[in-house]
Design a protein around this ligand. Sequence first.
Ligand code: PMP
Length: 356
Amino acid sequence: MTSLDDLPIRDDLRGLTPYGAPQLDVAVRLNTNENSYPVPEPVVEAIGKALAAELRDLNRYPDRDAVALRADLAGYLGHDLTVEHVWAANGSNEIQQQLLQAFGGPGRTALGFVPAYSMHPLLAMGTGTRWVPARRGADFGLTADEAVAQVREHAPDVVFLCSPNNPTGTALDPAVVAAVLDVAPGMVVVDEAYAEFARPGTVSALAVLPGHPRLVVTRTMSKAFGFAGGRLGYLAADPAVVAAVQLVRLPYHLSALTQAAARAALAHRDALLGTVAEIMRQRDRIVTVLRSRGRRVADSDANFVLYEVGGDQAAAWRTLLEAGVLVRDVGLPGWLRVTAGTPAETDAFLTAMETL
Ligand code: PMP
């Protein structure tokens, strides 16, 4: 049998394993920050109709520029954004890959403040971009001074900020984004995959887009919209950034079916986003109960919670799995991450946690 090592694969890919959380068949799956609620029936019907309307024309390529979908996304975001400011792709992972293809690449550097979203360094690797893991402060926080010093030191071509941050859950102080924008010599990408779950008072980087052509805000329909299987991510930025990613995107990257399904989902956003308030209640409940049990828990603006198990988190992860609850070991010694889902899932998780 031929093995991967027998192939003339890139040296930097040798010995690696593909990224991905375990997809285990467990009753309570709280490991990938999905929305636990299924798509509501009226939205299922609307998406079905929208897909049916496309089928006869599948002999043709889709709209390469996804103009109607981008206009809908701009309308959803508000902030006076228009179709020219928005670009869409198959998940925000693909958006960020396109950004690195356009602004990173061989001889260039991307920097992120770890722990943050683990795909950022992997996308850097895949695009031949050198990755700089910058540090966070105490309790995974990040101050403007800490961020500025490291951006100055490394002068990266791309800075990733993640707000709310995965895996910690906490949103960034807008002063950090402003300070990084002031000193970064290249692009500043703010990954806002979980923006819709942020606690009141949190500010999106969308508000500072005007006048900052090197700022990019990435979003996704995978989380709050409960549309992870639909694969739709997007960015908002200066129109020049949209022009830049169009240089590297594959032609027809967004299928006609994806575009139609996403537009139907967006048209029913009130129904889809109707689960956000309940998920935030479960998130806050997890934080409160775990703290009342004496555990350290990071503040969360997302649909997940990072909490301290103390000791060997891999062993704690297995104990919870044996109790029928799948959470995420993000590789932070002593900490685990759990997604906030339905009240029943929270019950099961909090009960399983009593066995630790
Ligand atoms: N950014 C962050 C911070 C995430 O946690 C995720 C999903 N885990 C993504 C981006 C990617 O989401 P998608 O590709 O589904 O839009």
